[in-house]
Design a protein around this ligand. Structure first.
Ligand code: TYD
Ligand code: MG
Length: 449
């Protein structure tokens, strides 16, 4: 008989340890080590099962996954064109951001196909109250106020819905596991059971998951690896806009976004986000630049606001909202060192208006221009959009999908665009847009101020 030994495996990073420790030496997370029994000795690794049948790639039937749309275009696009039967989608976001609202709307729209909504956090009466606020009819959604995963699976078996919503995974538990609901072991186990059910029955499953303060999904990282798709619902609590972003998608692209506005009657899709993000712009004010980011296939124009003021601290402040602070520091260093723009005695605050979060380097030049504009107290031309990545030697680098960005700018009535000189070709910009090609930061500053 094969012998066995016990090992402890971190559910977050996979680190293995011979004994249990409270804090994982690998990723320094607390309480993530879980006991596992492994067979050792002769025979432990010997094949015990029968060989499976492999197939030639060419013999596998191709054909796209059948999908069914929810009818909310912003939502369907993020999923890659609708819901794939049998897929498991993790919907993550901060508490109170609107996950339950979004899932209630989706459930109501899909009710004719059969939807089981498991409300582990709320009573059915609370869900009813929310559904009444929304302008969709969800009368046929089946509600189940249950947190025992076995009961949930049995109900799913009995009702056989096309779609199940689990709100939220952190409330589920399996009675035979000793740990509390929300713990790493419980979340992992419950998710695995739900996955199995989804794959065997074709029931598409949406799993709501909360996010911790540092932005990671509470519970084990393995959850992200297990599910087919991970979408984040992001936004600023103080703004009405919510961005749904795919961060992993086995059935589609991962950089698609959907934009919604939180209203008193639920989340409303925003078909033209650029207009929204520019709507409150104060043209003619210094420290403002309009950039064009591309999120997935979709160009989004947004306003960058910068405020540069003499500091009263020994080390000046640098704050970025909606943009990486370190990237801002880098841009300031380039402005200072390469272009001689004195910022060492200035506080610099940068904000992306409307609560949008930008991650693309293509917005660098716009940020640099907003900073220079505020420092000099001179406004940029109101009808100009700025696009370009800034390199460490002060060069302006080309950006992907420039034509898409320029088309969007022209559509919104912009008349000129500062763009990287490299890689331009005839016909890249619409007729109405005048291009200002620049290859260095200095050129952009000279042309704009
Ligand atoms: P909720 O979906 O419950 O958030 P989550 O499930 O992510 O924790 O929504 C939270 C907020 O949304 C709540 O503060 C109220 C607000 N809200 C609206 O503004 N309009 C609505 O129609 C609904 C249902 C909620
Ligand atoms: Mg909720």
């Amino acid at each position: 008989m094969a012998k066995s030994r016990t090992r402890y495996v971190c559910q977050s990073c996979g680190h293995e340890s011979a004994r249990w420790v409270g804090r994982c030496p690998g990723c320094e997370a607390w309480n993530t080590l879980v006991e596992e029994i492994v067979a050792t000795g002769p025979g432990a690794r010997a094949a015990q099962g029968r060989p499976g049948r492999s197939v030639r790639l060419a013999d596998v039937e191709s054909g796209s996954e059948p999908r069914f749309p929810t009818g909310i275009e912003e939502f369907d696009r993020v999923l890659g064109g609708g819901i794939v039967p049998g897929s498991v989608v993790l919907v993550a976001g901060d508490p109170g951001i609107g996950k339950s609202t979004l899932m209630t709307e989706v459930a109501a729209l899909l009710a004719p196909q059969g939807v089981l909504y498991v409300c582990g956090e709320e009573s059915p009466a609370q869900v009813r109250l929310r559904a009444d606020r929304l302008e969709v009819d969800g009368s046929d959604v089946r509600l189940l106020a249950e947190t025992d995963v076995d009961t949930i699976l049995a109900s799913a078996e009995e009702l056989d819905p096309a779609v199940a919503v689990i709100d939220s995974i952190q409330t589920l538990y399996r009675p035979d596991l000793p740990s509390a609901p929300g713990s790493v072991a419980q979340v992992r186990e419950c998710a695995a059971l739900l996955m199995r059910r989804a794959k065997s029955s074709g029931m598409a499953t949406f799993v709501v998951g909360h996010v911790t303060k540092d932005g990671t999904i509470a519970g084990p990282r393995v959850l992200e690896h297990m599910v087919d798709t991970v979408v984040h619902l992001e936004g600023d609590r103080h703004h009405a806009y919510r961005v749904l972003r795919a961060v992993k998608n086995r059935f589609g692209s991962t950089n698609e976004i959907g934009v919604f506005e939180m209203q008193s009657s639920g989340l409303k899709p925003v078909a033209n986000p650029s207009e929204i993000f520019l709507s409150e712009r104060n043209t003619g004010a210094s420290g403002s630049a309009v950039i064009c980011a591309v999120e997935g296939t979709r160009p989004v124009l947004a306003e960058i606001q910068a405020l540069v003021t003499p500091t009263s601290y020994p080390s000046p402040q640098r704050t970025a909202d909606g943009f990486d602070t370190r990237r801002l520091q880098l841009l300031l260093a380039v402005l200072e060192k390469r272009e001689g723009i004195r910022l060492a005695a200035q506080d610099v605050f940068v904000n992306v208006a409307g609560g949008l979060r930008l991650t693309e380097p293509a917005v660098d030049l716009g940020i640099a221009m907003a900073v220079v504009s505020s420092l000099r107290d001179r406004a940029l031309p109101a009808d100009t959009v700025v696009v370009g990545e800034v390199g460490l030697s002060g060069e302006v680098r080309s950006v992907p999908q420039l034509a898409t960005r320029l088309k969007e700018a022209a559509k919104l009535g912009f008349r000129s665009a500062v763009v990287p000189a490299y890689g331009l070709h005839a016909g890249i910009a619409p007729q109405s847009l005048e291009l200002v090609p620049v290859s260095r930061l200095r050129e952009a500053i000279d042309r704009l101020f």
